[in-house]
Design a protein around this ligand. Sequence first.
Ligand code: GLP
Length: 249
Amino acid sequence: MRIYECADYRAMSRQAANIISAQVIMKPECVLGLATGSTPIGVYDQLVEWYKKKDLSFLRVRSVNLDEYRGLSSTHEQSYRYFMQTHLFDRVDIQPENTHVPNGLAADPDAECARYDQVIQDLGGIDLQLLGMGRNGHIGFNEPSDVFVMGTHLVNLTESTIEANKRFFASEADVPRQALTMGIMHIMQAKKILVVVSGEDKAEAVAKAFTGPVTPQVPASILQIHPDVVLVGDKAALVHLDRKGVIEL
Ligand code: GLP
């Protein structure tokens, strides 16, 4: 695993965007696994800037997002489809039909999960998966659990996640209680994984995930056994990691 420590959020975003940009330049038709949350916003802003400068094109890129809240429509401001449209898709030349996000309104969530697994399989898997991390170590919406769930599945959000994500909603009662999320198998089958972390409230989760035991109680800990992971973080988020092996930018 490679660890890049960046001076601040802006530098972290730029470094992560550089890695995504390299992927797109090396393989213009690549499959990007994309993430939501506040952490990757700066990454998307940087990619948009480079797109506008004509340094980068997403014309042939295909994308699959990690997750979506159950019950939110694509036009709901807090849905992850809406997030992706406003932060990236509507601002670059990616083709709408090449972007995939689970359908939070599907009447039959199990069928929707099976469909989404098929989408990922038909795309031939993921070349580069971007991940943020929840404060409890979740990735996508794979919450701490007794088992790692392999495929796309419906998940009950934990109190900690509802608490952390309520800042985006009018009140805690408005936070959806369930989500559809890509499972651990497709995340782990991605050829490369890029994790972005920022801020001191992530420091404990980062330490547990990357230096603790591999356990479904800390879902991100499974990344320790992936052969090609790059962790890009700011100083605050990486504070508990052993300095050896950390590349400072
Ligand atoms: C949500 C998303 C995750 C994301 C996490 C952290 O729960 N499902 O993919 O990593 O939030 O978000 P933030 O970056 O806002 O801390």
